[in-house]
Write a protein that binds this ligand. Structure first.
Ligand code: PMP
Length: 411
C-alpha cells in the first residue's frame, strides 16, 4: 500500500473558485457532495477543445473532427479504466448518474420486467435511484420492495434472503449515501442478488468520487456516476454496464449516431456504446471528465481517501463538540464517507446554512433528495458538510466556529 500523502493547501491553488471571498470572508466550500469545484487542468481542457478542436465527433472527414473524435474516445477509455471496465465500449456517455439510471430502467426495464416482478431498492436511495424504478413499476405492474436502515443509517440485511425472491428482477442500490455518508456493502448484496438471477445496478454518484472502484471486484452489472462530483464538468457522466448486457438492450433514445441503416419502416442500430448515444453528445464535457480523471489519478486515490478519512475524523470531533449537534450516519469511520449530516438543536437546517453562508461557509441544507431516509429519522431535513481533496483543517475550524455562532443565536 502506498503511503503517499497529499497537501491540500497546494492542491487548492489548482482550483480558481476556491480563491475568493464570500460575504466578506474567505470561502470555505463544504458542499462537495452536491458538486465539486473544478481544477485548472479541467478548465484548460474545456478551453483547449473549444479554442482549437471544436468539431462534431464521428462524422466529419476533416482534421478538426478527427481530433475531437480522438479526444472524446480517449476520454471514454480513461473512464473505462477508472472503474475497471473490460473495454471502453462498456462505457456509455450520459448527462450524469440520473440519466444513466433512467437508461437502464427504460431500455432494459421495459423489456425485462413484467407484472408481479419485484424491484429491490433501499430507503437510503437518492430520488434518482427511486423514481426511475417507480416509473418502471407503474408502467409494468411490478412491485417495489425496500431494504430498511437502522438508527445509524446502515442497511438492515438480516432479512435479505426474504427480500430477494425468484421474482426479483433488479436490485438498484447506492454505493455511498449522499444524505448520511453511509458506505454500503454493495458487494455482499450483489452476490446475493445474483443468486436469484437479478440484475444489479449501483448508483455510484458518491462512490467513484472517493473510492477506487473496480466493477469486476464489486461483482455488479451496471455502475452509474457523474463527472461534476469528481472535478469534472456538469452535464456529463457515464454508465458502465457489462458488454453482453448492453448488446442485449434496446436503444434508449432514437436519433442520429445510434443507427446502422435507416429504412422507411424500420432501422438497425449501431454497435454499443453508440447505440445508446443518440444525437450530438457533450463532447467538451467528455473531454473535461477525462481531464478530471487524469488530475485525480495524478494526486492518487489512496492519498485522497486517506486525507478525507483524517479530515472526516477531525470534523466529526469538532462538530460533535458543538452543543446541541446531532450527527446522523454510521459511527464507524470504516462505514462513513466524507460528509457530516447533522441537526443543531431547534435551528432549522436552512437557518444553519444561511448563518454559515453569512460567514462565507457553503454547506447544503434540506432533504438531499433522500426523503425516505429523512422520514426514517422523523425529520424533514439536515445540514450537510461534505469534504473533498482540497479541504483543510482550517475549513473545519471555520465550520465549528460558525456552528458555535448558530448555537448562540438559537440557545
Ligand atoms: N445519486 C446520488 C447518491 C447522488 O448524490 C446524486 C447527486 N446528488 C445523484 C444520484 C444524481 O446525480 P446527478 O444529479 O449528477 O445525475
Amino acid at each position: 500500500m502506498t503511503t503517499a500523502t497529499l497537501d491540500p493547501v497546494r492542491i487548492r491553488r489548482e482550483f480558481p473558485t476556491l480563491d475568493q471571498s464570500v460575504n466578506g470572508h474567505p470561502l470555505v466550500y463544504l458542499d462537495n457532495a452536491a458538486t465539486s469545484q473544478k481544477p485548472r487542468a479541467v478548465l484548460d481542457a474545456l478551453g483547449a477543445y473549444y479554442e482549437n478542436d471544436n468539431s462534431n465527433v464521428h462524422r466529419g472527414i476533416h482534421e478538426l473532427s478527427r481530433r475531437a473524435t480522438v479526444a472524446y474516445e480517449e476520454s471514454r477509455a480513461k473512464v473505462a479504466s477508472w472503474v475497471g471496465a473490460t473495454e471502453p465500449a462498456e462505457i456509455v456517455w450520459t448527462r450524469g448518474t440520473t440519466e444513466a439510471i433512467n437508461l437502464v430502467s427504460t431500455a432494459w426495464g421495459l423489456n425485462n420486467v413484467r407484472e408481479g416482478d419485484e424491484i429491490l431498492i433501499s430507503v437510503l436511495e437518492h430520488h434518482s435511484n427511486i423514481i426511475p424504478w417507480q416509473l418502471l413499476a407503474q408502467r409494468t405492474g411490478a412491485v417495489i420492495k425496500y431494504i430498511e436502515i437502522d438508527d445509524q443509517g446502515r442497511w438492515v440485511l438480516e432479512d435479505l434472503s426474504d427480500l430477494l425472491t425468484d421474482r426479483t428482477k433488479v436490485v438498484a442500490i447506492s454505493h455511498v449515501s449522499n444524505a448520511l455518508g453511509t458506505v454500503n456493502p454493495v458487494k455482499e448484496v450483489a452476490a446475493a442478488a445474483h443468486e436469484v438471477g437479478a440484475l444489479v445496478l449501483v448508483d455510484g454518484a458518491q462512490g467513484a468520487v472517493h473510492i477506487k472502484v473496480n466493477v469486476q471486484d464489486l461483482g455488479v452489472d451496471c455502475y452509474a456516476f457523474s463527472g461534476h462530483k469528481m472535478c469534472g464538468p456538469t452535464g456529463i457522466g457515464a454508465l458502465w454496464a457489462r458488454r453482453d448486457l448492453l448488446d442485449s438492450m434496446e436503444p434508449y433514445q432514437g436519433g442520429g449516431e445510434m443507427i446502422h441503416l435507416v429504412e422507411r419502416e424500420m432501422s438497425t442500430w449501431a454497435k454499443v456504446p453508440h447505440k445508446f448515444e443518440a444525437g450530438t453528445p457533450n463532447i467538451a464535457g467528455a473531454i473535461g471528465m477525462g481531464a478530471a480523471i487524469d488530475f485525480l489519478s495524478e494526486v492518487g486515490m489512496d492519498a485522497i481517501a486517506r486525507h478525507e478519512r483524517d479530515l472526516l475524523a477531525y470534523a466529526l470531533e469538532r462538530v460533535s463538540a458543538v452543543g446541541g449537534v446531532r450527527i446522523y450516519g454510521p459511527e464507524s469511520l470504516e462505514e462513513h464517507s466524507a460528509l457530516i449530516s447533522f441537526t443543531l438543536g431547534d435551528a432549522h437546517p436552512h437557518d444553519i446554512a444561511t448563518i454559515l453562508d453569512s460567514e462565507g461557509i457553503a454547506v447544503r441544507a434540506g432533504h438531499h433528495c433522500a426523503q425516505l431516509a429523512m422520514k426514517h429519522f422523523g425529520i424533514s431535513a439536515t445540514a450537510r458538510a461534505s469534504i473533498y481533496l482540497y479541504n483543510t483543517e482550517d475549513d473545519i475550524d471555520r465550520l465549528a466556529e460558525g456552528l458555535e455562532q448558530v448555537r448562540s443565536i438559537f440557545a
